[in-house]
Design a protein around this ligand. Structure first.
Ligand code: CA
Length: 587
């Protein structure tokens, strides 16, 4: 969503829609679309096939080529968003664990696994990507990715406030060291930082058994606590940074970044430009409050004193927002010259989220009173949650809370489930079983799909339905290559994954960080110059509006909140497993 500016003339003259990767002899787009990681036993197992008239398929053992299963393809169906005519190959009945390829006519798919835990390394790589995005600390991941940093943006110890108001003075120095880099740039934002930390904590809360100590194989010297599941050590690193962003009155700074976009040759170590604290925003402050409320619950059993500190900061947020009732998004000239705006000028959904999380955590009447006072908005059908609209998360928190007003709960539940059923309907109607409607192929479309997966899994907690779980898993398949491009949108995962993600750490260090979710197809012209030119150059089907080029930040950049949406869904389907460095590197 952030508007980025092209600062470097690194225009790659490549217009790659389906690159060939990994030395495989199999064409990237031969019309066979599989999840390039694999399929789970006891779940639907479906691949899509471009219609060529063939009406049978087989599965062959990837090592021996021996046929292990044969079946009939479905009748052909036209798919609107990809403009392909597709058949489905359904091998749900084949449950033998192993590595296979799909064969139709003379064509053979990428290999994929069938098993009861095929996403273990994918899920771990996704979680590890946060560790490798840490700012303000040395990183030595020579055992896995080779990423080595002395410590990025150590100047954040003395970031300068960019504006003057009642609380801060322009030029004040504040220590905001640490936290995660947001995306392909080196900004750190309260908005997405709070959301991503929350996504990981909610994933932990929903599936605690999926998170263990030692799971992330932290790089040498990484700050972590042995009594915490690794994911909570990772989240704590971000919460400790967000705490530094909170001001005396309970509000937060909106972001810390440089005044110019760093070049692609700048690593976190060598981008030594001064950094500034820009803006304050009630929506991002409320999101910070929500992350504190969740933190109180998940850290409480391990570290009661830490949870109490989170509570004290959450109280400060509550008091601030109680006094400051208007939605504030402060704008000073020049604040967007080297970072994205994340401009949310309607904080109503974020205030609801904060209140609902506080009610879930504490049961305090004042929090529910806030929800009741805003019942009309709170009871609306949500959309998939985003950094600028967290209504869905607010509703989920309230529905998970003990007690509460039966009437309001029924209304909220009905709203949430009506949206879940709408998602399920879209999946049934899509040729690739993707949840995205045509108008949802926007900037960060893969995140839009994964967030809908998350909301199906959330709905499944109140109203268990096989269709919700299989619909969520279908979005994992979409993300990992079962899509019109035959492309995995998760870096380093699958057979054909992004080769040139918009990522300054990659470009400046030569290391490749796996497990980052890139934005994917964006059919809305104007996202970035490459994407705009591509869409103008010829007719591009909606579901194929993607470029694997460095400078297409509106299709090929990752962000911590995109990856968080993927982490949530994957943690439902993946169990921890002992993994080698090789398994954590790349497929
Ligand atoms: Ca909002």
């Amino acid at each position: 969503m952030r508007k980025k500016h092209l600062v470097q003339a690194v225009l790659l003259a490549m217009a790659v829609t389906a690159g060939t990767v990994g030395g495989t002899a199999f064409a990237a787009d031969n019309g066979l679309y599989v999840d390039q990681v694999g399929y789970l036993t006891d779940h639907d197992k479906v691949a899509m096939v471009r219609d060529t008239g063939a009406d049978t398929f087989s599965l062959v053992d990837a090592a021996t080529g021996k046929t292990v299963y044969q079946g009939k393809l479905s009748a052909p169906r036209k798919d609107a968003n990809s403009e392909e005519t597709l058949r489905t190959a359904d091998f749900t009945g084949f449950e033998k664990a192993g590595k296979y390829r799909l064969v139709v006519g003379g064509n053979s798919s990428y290999p994929f696994a069938i098993g009861d835990n095929v996403y273990a390394s994918t899920s771990t790589r996704v979680l590890r990507s946060y560790t490798l995005s840490r700012s303000g600390t040395p990183i030595d991941d020579s055992a896995v990715t080779g990423l080595k940093l002395k410590g990025g943006h150590m100047q954040d110890r003395e970031a300068s406030v960019y504006f003057t108001d009642k609380v801060s003075k322009k030029g004040d120095k504040v220590n905001v060291l640490g936290g995660w880099y947001d995306a392909g740039d080196y900004g750190k934002y309260t908005t997405t930082g709070s959301l991503a930390a929350s996504e990981l904590m909610l994933a932990y809360e929903a599936n605690r058994s999926r998170f263990t100590v030692g799971q992330l194989q932290f790089p040498k010297g990484t700050e972590s606590a042995e009594h915490l599941p690794d994911v909570l050590s990772e989240v704590k690193y971000e919460l400790n940074f967000l705490k530094e962003m909170q001001r005396k009155d309970g509000s937060t700074f909106h972001k810390v970044a440089g005044a110019v976009w760093p070049g692609f040759d700048k690593s976190p170590d060598t981008d030594t430009q001064p950094r500034f604290l820009y803006s304050t925003c009630t929506a991002s402050t409320a999101m910070y409050g929500a992350s504190l409320a969740i933190g109180m619950r998940v850290f409480g059993p391990f570290e009661p004193a830490y949870a109490a500190k989170l509570k004290a900061d959450a109280d400060k947020v509550w008091n601030y927002l109680s006094k400051e009732k208007k939605s504030i998004y402060r704008v000073d000239e020049g604040q967007e010259s080297g970072s994205g705006p994340y401009n949310d000028t309607d904080d109503s959904q974020e205030r609801l989220w904060f209140a609902a999380e506080m009610f879930r955590t504490t049961g305090g009447a004042k929090y529910e009173n806030y929800l009741k006072a805003h019942a009309a908005e709170f009871g609306q059908k949500p959309s998939f949650f985003t950094w600028d609209n967290t209504l869905g998360l607010a509703q989920y928190a309230y529905l998970k809370a003990d007690g509460g007003d039966a009437k309001l709960k029924a209304k909220v539940k009905q709203a949430f489930l009506s949206y879940a059923d709408e998602i399920a309907g879209k999946i049934r109607g899509d040729g690739f079983h993707c949840a995205l409607a045509a108008n949802e192929y926007t900037w960060a479309s893969t995140k839009n799909a994964m967030t809908q997966a998350d909301m199906l899994l959330m709905a499944n907690e109140f109203a268990p339905k096989k269709e919700y779980v299989e619909g969520a898993l279908a979005q994992v398949h979409y993300m990992l290559g079962r899509n019109a491009l035959g492309k995995s949108f998760l870096t380093g995962v699958g057979a054909d994954y992004p080769q040139h993600p918009h990522n300054r750490i990659h470009e400046s260090t030569g290391a490749y960080v796996p497990g980052l979710l890139v934005g994917g197809p964006n059919a809305v012209s104007g996202g970035d110059p490459d994407q705009t030119a591509y869409l103008k150059s010829k007719h591009v089907p909606t579901a194929k509006s993607y470029l694997d080029v460095l400078t297409s930040w509106s299709t090929n950049e990752y962000a911590i909140d995109y990856t968080g949406a993927a982490a949530y869904a994957l943690s439902h389907f993946a169990k921890p497993a002992p993994l080698t460095s090789e398994q954590l590197r790349k497929d």
